[in-house]
Unconditional design. Sequence first.
Length: 233
Amino acid sequence: MFIPLPVQREADLMARQTGVRPVIAYQGAVAIRLTHVNGRLRIETVFRRTSRGWKRSDYQLFQDGKRRPAPRSWPEYRALLERLCADADAPATLPALVPIADPETLPVEIRKELRQCETRLNGRDDISVCVGRDAKGRYVLAVTSSKATLHMAFETRYRSGRKGATTASTNSVRVVTTDGKDLTDEVEGRLSEALARLLGGHPSIPAMDVGAGRVQGAQGGGPADRKGTILRE
């Protein structure tokens, strides 16, 4: 089967980024569909023959068969895939953390976040705050209540010889309820919204007092779900 060069390039890109090759199928003589299935995610890309050659005419991402906004990049796509349980009906889970016992070993940025959380949650014996490392070696600040658990991830950086930390580029803010519902997409990377879900709007700790809005680099809040949106390298 003859595969036009633009279609072959798209298929090669998908395979290179995910390790899974898409299925390529002609739809009559004027359209070609690429179907890429990776776990619970499916990408559908349609190319159509035009007077200027084969051009992409549609691009959609589906999760469990339902259309959703496409991530802006392949790292965001992989971050989404990473946090999806293999079974759509199984409860969502957060990664296990290796606790860090001595907070003085943490970068100053994380110690500051930890102190701020502990100050705002002073007197709340039903909420725990700790810092650990996930399987990627990232620092994670975990806040746990009877309603949900919030994970805020950081990546290590070095500047002028000093070890520091910055908000993780993907999956930086995640919220999962005690019954296994993933609220990460709903909070869209907004720390104040994440804490509101965690605390259940407790009157002694107004949600808007915590954080400064959207956490930069958060995975949530993808681009508008519009025709032609594609994943970039």
